[in-house]
Ligand binder design. Structure first.
Ligand code: MTE
Ligand code: HPA
Ligand code: MOS
Length: 750
């Protein structure tokens, strides 16, 4: 089944916030943000801006009737700065005018004087100065310090992985309207409608029931709208509360790039110990996460880094610690993988370093340590139904690894100015919000009296096609054609108290709720049908828009059944709640069973490096991926392709750059290189691994949104292989992204 949005997407007819019909009296908002990264505001003068014709009002923290606080995990972030600023781009005020261009003009006339304070931009500097968001976290298994004494080889090293801009096609934005009696309707491009509702209620000082949040769909979120869609909606809501007129605010690309946080850069320090047979016996890491100026989701992201610090390997002695370092950058935030990719890059670097120093192939160490049934992660979860070795071997065999390897080495013998490289990248990614209480969802199903169906859930459609999957669940249970089911917008008045659409868990959580609601309706309808057909309820089935008796088609149609149920006053609406069973985690011990299941896979990446220019091409990425029993292979393959492109971009091209004063330099698409058709892998093969799936996955179809991003890490090591083939003096460095600039330097390193 095709993505249900594909027809309107292709025709440009799909609606986003900016496409909404606006009321005639709509006003336009624009945020005024800090032109310095750290300092005390000694003077700020709005008078010239306010004097412009068409400027209605400029809002500051003084206009807030509730709390000036938007922190989701920790209360450390004001909506608008009061007397200090902590990052370049921090919101200070909100201009509301009769048009966007007037607001823009007014913004240039605001005068500010800031007494500058020292600026910290790197995690290392923050750690040295003791600048942290919260206390560090540590996971441990076995006894690593003792285990190192019994290792045959011990290696230590350092890694850096840079941030990443989300670059959702649709920038942040909202449309906020006043309704009667002080109630407010917010249409937002957010992954977390409840987060927007809750924060708006807090800042406005009104109860949550006075705020309705509606989400049509997102032109991409990638984690960047999990928490960071909230401030813009809340700013506009404050204005609406005062002005009683609708306010629209769509960020332009430059403002969005400057004011929003990104993937967290990490500096990490590892120590890895191996025995002669290449078993990794001990592993220690200290992760320094560059959190930015406020917590945002950093503590949760730091936690997931620890969960994925050993990737797809079993290591009996592990000690990992993460520091969330407070710097003067925009608060960094969720980005596909949520700290997992940063953790995995470090273990892969440690293995590469060990292999290089031992003069062997990286994949020998990888293969010797893959997870097996009943192995234990450092956080106490015992893994079952492990697919790590099966995925690895299937990739090796299906894509003829030994031939590929030979081709690469032969090519390198025969060519002096271009070199090829190859790498393997296994993944194991845990599915569930790491914060157990967030793993729940609800669905509200209406069967209308003509037999058509409306489905509301807490799931936000952001391009991942979750609405199509929800439709499939309902349509298959009811046995009706897809066009009879409509997915409604995500709205807090229909489905309340939702977790954000994130953690790749949206389809599992909301799909299970849809499943439950539909099955409850089916139970009621079976009784009605049994009565009509003079049989017992257990013999009734549903397929092809008809009612079945013992599997045989009857004369009763779906429409006729619904009409009769209506006459009999049977409830045709159902609401269901689902909470993931089994999972738990004890933070005081840092042990538990946080994940419903893991997703596995292996990618083989081959590249060609131009050793004159330092440029490279990704020749092929051959992937074996564990989809479980995919409920929509087209959609799922699309997720793998997209995530892979994003992962390769993070590892190779995308280079976020701030100057020492905390100003974003990579603030346009000419200074920040995103993957395009020319940099895409020339060849991508995705082979679904035949697995049983998992009963906690929706229809045994495993979560797919984030895990494949980490296949992109393979590109880094494939390029490194080619560099080393050209320059034997090159000392391995783990400094991502491996941009052409860095490749060139490495090729000619003495
Ligand atoms: N795919 C598209 N097209 N657009 C997106 O914004 N977000 C990713 C992933 N795939 C995203 C996407 C992220 S970060 C997550 S967590 C999941 O989708 C969220 O949706 P899911 O839980 O339904 O997989
Ligand atoms: N993953 C993604 N988003 C989240 C999580 C998580 O584990 N926890 C809170 N938000
Ligand atoms: Mo995804 S980073 O969990 O929104």
């Amino acid at each position: 089944m095709k993505n249900i949005d594909s027809y309107t997407h292709l025709r440009g007819e799909s609606l986003f916030v900016d496409d909404l019909m606006t009321r005639q009296d709509t006003l336009y908002g624009l945020c005024y943000d800090s032109p310095k990264a750290h300092g005390k505001i000694s003077r700020i003068d709005y008078s010239k801006a306010e004097a412009i014709d068409g400027v209605v009002k400029i809002f500051t923290y003084k206009d807030i009737l509730g709390e000036n606080q938007i922190g989701g995990i920790l209360p450390d972030e004001p909506l608008w700065a009061e007397d200090e600023v902590h990052f370049w781009g921090q919101p200070i005020a909100f201009i509301v005018a009769t048009s966007e261009s007037i607001a823009k003009k007014a913004r240039t006339l605001i005068e500010i004087k800031i007494e500058e304070l020292p600026v910290i931009t790197t995690a290392k500097e923050a750690k040295d100065k003791g600048s942290f968001i919260n206390a560090p976290r540590s996971f441990s298994l076995g006894n690593s310090s003792e285990a190192f004494n019994t290792c045959d080889y011990v290696f230590e090293g350092e890694t850096f992985s840079n941030g990443q801009e989300h670059l959702y096609l649709e920038t942040q934005g909202c449309y906020v309207e006043p309704k009667e009696n002080g109630t407010i309707k917010i249409t937002s491009s957010t992954q977390g409608p409840t987060q927007v509702q809750k924060t708006a209620a807090k800042v406005l000082g009104i109860p949550m029931h006075k705020i309705e949040v509606d989400v049509i769909r997102l032109g991409g979120g990638f984690g960047g709208k999990e928490d960071q869609a909230t401030p813009w909606a809340v700013m506009a809501a404050v204005a609406v509360q005062h002005l009683n007129k609708p306010v629209k605010y769509i960020l332009n690309r430059h403002d969005d790039l400057r004011m929003t946080g990104k993937r967290h850069p990490y500096n990490s320090f590892f120590k890895i110990g191996l025995t002669k047979d290449l078993k990794i016996k001990a592993f220690e890491v200290e992760f320094l996460q560059n959190s930015g100026a406020a917590a945002d989701l950093s503590p949760a992201i730091a936690e997931r880094t620890l969960f994925h610090a050993t990737n797809s390997y079993y290591i009996p002695n592990v000690q990992t610690t993460v520091y969330s370092c407070k710097t003067n950058l925009p608060p960094n935030t969720a980005f596909r993988g949520f700290g997992g990719p940063q953790g995995m890059f470090v273990i892969e670097s440690a293995i590469a370093d060990a292999a290089d120093k031992l003069g062997i192939d990286k994949c020998q160490i990888q293969e010797a340590n893959l997870l097996k049934e009943n192995d234990e992660f450092s956080y106490g979860q015992i893994v079952t139904e492990v697919q790590a070795i099966k995925a690895w071997n299937t990739a090796k065999n299906t894509f003829n690894l030994s031939d590929l390897q030979k081709e690469v080495d032969q090519y390198n013998t025969n060519n002096s100015h271009t070199k090829k490289g190859i790498s393997l990248m296994p993944i194991a990614f845990g599915i569930s919000f790491t914060n157990t209480p967030m793993n729940h969802a609800r669905a509200l199903i209406h069967i209308y009296q003509d037999g058509s169906v409306g489905v509301s859930t807490g799931a936000v459609e952001m391009g991942q096609s979750v609405n199509t999957k929800m439709l499939q669940v309902a349509q298959e249970i009811f046995g009706i054609s897809p066009h009879k089911v409509k997915l409604e917008s995500t709205n807090t008045t229909r489905v309340a108290n939702t977790s954000p659409s994130a953690a790749s868990a949206t389809a599992d959580l909301n799909g299970k709720a849809v499943e439950k609601a539909c099955n409850n309706l089916i139970n009621r309808l079976q009784k009605v049908a049994a009565n009509i057909l003079s049989t017992n309820a257990n013999s009734i089935g549903f397929d092809n828009d008809c009612i079945l008796v013992n599997g045989e088609k009857s004369t009763l149609t779906w429409e006729a059944l619904i009409a009769q149920a209506m006459l009999e006053r049977v409830a045709l609406t159902e609401n269901a709640h689902y909470a993931t069973p089994v999972i738990h985690f004890d933070k005081s011990k840092e042990k538990g069973h946080p994940f419903a299941y893991h997703v596995y896979g292996t990618a083989i990446t081959t590249v060609t490096v131009d050793c004159i220019r330092g440029t490279y091409e990704i020749d092929a990425v051959n992937i074996v991926h564990d989809f479980g029993k995919s409920m929509n292979i087209g959609i799922d393959i699309g997720q793998v392709e997209g995530a892979l492109a994003q992962g390769i971009g993070w590892m190779t091209l995308e280079e976020i750059s701030y100057n020492t004063q905390g100003k974003l330099l990579s603030n346009t698409l000419s200074t920040y290189k995103v993957p395009d058709v020319f940099s895409a892998a020339k060849n991508v093969n995705i082979l679904p691994l035949e697995t049983e799936g998992n009963p906690l996955a929706i229809k045994k179809s495993k979560a797919v949104g984030e895990p494949p991003l980490m296949y992109g890490i393979g590109a880094y090591f494939a390029i490194q292989y080619a560099v080393k083939a050209f320059n034997k003096n090159y000392q391995l460095k783990f400094d991502a992204p491996f941009t052409p600039e860095k490749v060139l330097m490495s090729l000619y390193e003495k």
